[in-house]
Ligand binder design. Structure first.
Ligand code: AMP
Ligand code: TRP
Length: 328
């Protein structure tokens, strides 16, 4: 029996190269080895207000991006979270297992509520219980995510362990898969911040659907650090970041990247990086455009059916263990 992976992204904003390098690229690489579930988590998206028309469109666009990245629907299960209502049902149960204190300690929640104070949705607080339910429904072994999701994986493990202790062995305890390179791609405009969909400064992110001109401009303007040689160096985060993007897109080793730029300056690094990114994104964007609407609908429908058949079994066991019974 193959081990399972589960991961997902929110259909909000625009996906950037950090999302690709930190998450999607790994999903694609792992799908042959693992039985894989890749979800478009639209219920997580509504923890902050969304324009309905835009959300609807972004949900399908994200499915196209998954496929264009190389996720193969013949071998992986691709579906939309709201199509499998078991996610919400198990999330309710986990809301009753989670403690307010531990939810309030999540850094993502703290960051968001710091800005908006009391005016955040209750959904934002319980965001991690929905994420835990996504993962636990499928008896997932491994969850490939970027570094910012590490804490959410830890709470998922805690909730599963607590449930198993109180009601008997039910959930598999999942591990995070966080790649040693690329799990935290930084903003091009400020190397003290991660590249983020919600950053107001659009120059900080290379979006997967940016055109060549924009990409060239953003990379040209990218911040650099002091020092002149082009080498991986933890104390120079801006150069490290540009080299990491270059390394992951070319598939070269760190030594090969450094050898390539030996004796060259920032200008060379930026122009070669821009060319690499543009050449990578050109065929990617072509594939996004070519995905047929009808075909996409079929893939998501088949994916949801497969996911539901597994999720239903897990939820049934959970209800039985807890003594939740009714007429059905
Ligand atoms: P999101 O778009 O927030 O749903 O994130 C989708 C995936 O991209 C998650 O696994 C994140 O951890 C990952 N991710 C987001 N931002 C970055 C970044 N700057 N560098 C690496 N991975 C990231
Ligand atoms: N919280 C994740 C993010 O913002 C998205 C997500 C939701 C997820 N459910 C998940 C990721 C389950 C991995 C597994 O990136």
């Amino acid at each position: 029996m193959k081990k399972r992976i589960f991961s997902g992204a929110q259909p909000t904003g625009n996906l950037h190269i950090g999302n690709y390098l930190g998450a999607l690229k790994n999903w694609v690489a792992l799908q042959n080895e693992y039985e894989s579930f890749f979800c478009i988590v639209n219920l997580h998206a509504v923890t902050v207000a969304q324009e309905p028309k835009v959300l609807r469109q972004k949900t399908l666009d994200l499915a196209r991006i998954y496929l264009a990245s190389g996720i193969d629907p013949q071998i992986s299960t691709v579906y939309v979270q709201s199509d499998v209502s078991e996610h919400s049902e198990l999330a309710w149960i986990l809301n009753c297992v989670a403690r307010i204190g531990e939810l309030e300690r999540m850094t993502q929640f703290k960051d968001k509520s710091r800005v908006r104070g009391e005016n955040v949705s209750a959904g934002l607080l319980v965001y991690p219980t929905l994420m835990a339910s996504d993962i636990l429904l499928y008896k997932t072994d491994l969850v490939p995510v970027g570094h910012d999701q590490k804490q959410h994986l830890e709470i998922t493990r805690d909730l599963a362990t607590r449930f198993n202790r109180d009601y008997g062995e039910t959930f598999k305890i999942p591990d995070a898969f966080i790649s040693p390179t690329g799990a935290k791609i930084l903003s091009l405009a400020d190397a003290a911040k991660k590249m983020s969909k919600s950053d107001e400064n659009l120059n900080g992110s290379i979006f997967l659907l940016d055109d060549a001109d924009i990409i060239q401009k953003k990379i040209k303007r990218a911040v650099t650090d002091s020092g002149t040689n082009i080498k991986f160096d933890e104390s120079r985060p801006a150069i490290n970041n540009l080299l990491t993007i270059y390394q992951l897109l070319t598939g070269k080793t760190a030594e090969e990247c450094e050898a390539n730029f030996a004796g060259k300056g920032y200008g060379n690094l930026k122009s070669e990086l821009a060319e690499t990114v543009v050449e990578f994104l050109r065929p990617f964007q072509e594939r996004v455009k070519q995905i047929d609407d009808g075909e996409l609908e079929k893939i998501l429908k088949t994916g949801a059916e497969k996911a539901r058949s597994i999720a239903r079994e897990t939820l049934k066991t959970v209800y039985e263990r807890m003594g939740i019974v009714g007429a059905r």
